[in-house]
Design a protein around this ligand. Structure first.
Ligand SMILES: NC(=O)c1ccc[n+]([C@@H]2O[C@H](COP(=O)([O-])OP(=O)(O)OC[C@H]3O[C@@H](n4cnc5c(N)ncnc54)[C@H](OP(=O)(O)O)[C@@H]3O)[C@@H](O)[C@H]2O)c1
Length: 312
C-alpha cells in the first residue's frame, strides 16, 4: 500500500501526541478527489479535537489525521468527481468527520473543493477557507448584514475576525472590533471604523445600537453583548447555540453558526481575493513536522490572523 508523511493522533492529549509519521495514502472513492496538499491551516478546532473536547460528538476512529483547511493540487479525480482533473489548483474546508489535511494527500468530496484564488500562493490560500467561510456564513447567511448597518466583531484580529472585518467593510457596513491595543493599527489597515481594547475598556461602555454582533468568544463576552444590540438586532455566535431566552429578554434575535463546506461561497471568496478586496494575514508558517509548535501557538488564544503548515 502506498504511504505518505502525515501528522496523526493515536490518542487524545496535548500537542506532544501529534506524531509525524508514515501513514497509508488515502484512496479517492467515487465522488472524491485526491489532492496533493501543499499547505494546511491550523484552526482552534484542530487542538480542541486533538485534546478530546469533542470526542462524544465526533467519534473518530484512531489514528486520525487532523486539519480541515488546505490548498493543493488535484492528483487524481475519481468517478463522479465532476469536472476536476489532475493539475487543478484547489482549496477547501473539507468534512470534519473525515481524515484531515495535515498530510501529503487528502481524499475530499469533489463538491467541497473550489478553484484556489489565482493571485496568491498555496500557503496564503490554505489560510482562507475555514475562517473566511465562517465569517461569511455568520455575517451574510445568518445575519444578512447589509450596507450602512453596524456590526461589532469580537476577536477582530483573530482568524475568523480579520476576515469578518474585511467582508463587512466590503458590504459597506460600519465595523467595530474588540482586540488588544497592539493589534489596532493592523485592524485600521483592514478598514475597521471603531476599535475597542478589551483589556482596558468594557466594550458595552463604548459600543451601542448595533445591528449585528459576531460572537467568537462565548462566556461573559456573549453575556455582555446583548445590551449593545439595537431592538431587532441579531447576535450570531460561532460557539454553540445562544440562549433564546436572553435574546427575547433583550428584544433581539440570536443564531448559532457551525461552518459548512460551500463551493459557491469559496468561489465568491476567491474572486474577492483576486480583486484585492480580501487578504489573509498569516502570523506564522511551520513545516508539517512541527505541527505541535503550531498547536502551542494557536492555544495561546492570541494569534494575529492565521497559522499555516507548509507541506511542500
Ligand atoms: N462555529 C464554527 O464553525 C467556528 C469556525 C471557526 C472558529 N470557531 C471558533 O471560534 C473561535 C475563534 O476562532 P478563531 O480562529 O478566530 O480564533 P483565533 O484566531 O485563535 O483567535 C485569536 C484572537 O482572539 C483574540 N482574543 C482573545 N481573547 C479575547 C477577548 N477576550 N476579547 C476579544 N478578543 C480576544 C486575540 O486578540 P488579541 O491578541 O488582541 O488579544 C486573537 O487575535 C474559536 O473558539 C474557534 O474554535 C468556530
Amino acid at each position: 500500500m502506498p504511504t505518505m508523511k502525515a501528522i496523526r493522533i493515536h490518542e487524545y492529549g496535548g500537542p506532544e501526541i501529534l506524531r509525524y509519521e508514515d501513514a497509508p495514502r488515502p484512496q479517492s472513492a467515487p465522488g472524491d478527489v485526491l489532492v496533493r496538499v501543499h499547505a494546511a491551516a491550523v484552526n482552534p478546532v484542530d487542538w480542541k479535537i486533538r485534546a478530546g473536547y469533542v470526542r462524544d460528538w465526533l467519534k473518530y476512529k484512531l489514528p486520525m489525521i487532523p486539519g480541515w483547511d488546505f490548498s493543493g493540487v488535484v492528483e487524481e479525480a475519481g468517478p463522479d468527481a465532476g469536472a476536476w482533473k489532475k493539475g487543478d489548483e484547489v482549496y477547501a474546508r473539507p468534512d470534519l468527520a473525515r481524515d484531515g489535511a495535515y498530510a501529503e494527500y487528502i481524499a475530499v468530496r469533489a463538491s467541497e473543493i473550489a478553484a484556489k484564488p489565482k493571485s496568491i500562493d498555496h500557503v496564503q490560500a490554505a489560510a482562507i477557507p475555514l475562517a473566511a467561510l465562517t465569517a461569511w456564513q455568520a455575517l451574510f447567511d445568518a445575519a444578512g448584514l447589509s450596507a450602512a448597518q453596524k456590526v461589532l466583531i469580537h476577536a477582530a484580529a483573530g482568524g475568523v475576525g480579520h476576515f469578518a472585518v474585511q467582508l463587512a467593510k466590503w458590504k459597506r457596513a460600519f465595523v467595530a472590533g474588540t482586540a488588544s491595543a497592539r493589534n489596532h493599527d493592523f485592524l485600521k489597515s483592514l478598514g475597521a471604523d471603531q476599535l475597542i481594547d478589551y483589556t482596558s475598556v468594557r466594550f458595552e461602555d463604548v459600543a451601542r445600537e448595533f445591528d449585528v454582533v459576531l460572537d467568537t468568544m462565548a462566556g461573559e463576552t456573549r453575556d455582555r453583548s446583548w445590551s449593545v444590540l439595537k431592538k431587532g438586532g441579531i447576535l450570531v455566535t460561532i460557539l454553540g447555540q445562544p440562549s433564546e431566552e436572553d435574546a427575547k429578554a433583550h428584544g433581539v434575535r440570536a443564531a448559532g453558526v457551525f461552518v459548512q463546506p460551500s463551493q459557491t461561497e469559496l468561489d465568491q471568496i476567491a474572486a474577492l481575493v483576486d480583486s484585492g478586496t480580501l487578504k489573509p494575514y498569516i502570523q506564522a508558517v511551520f513545516p508539517l513536522a512541527e505541527a505541535a509548535k503550531a498547536h502551542e501557538l494557536s492555544q495561546t488564544n492570541h494569534v494575529l490572523g492565521k497559522i499555516v503548515l507548509k507541506v511542500i
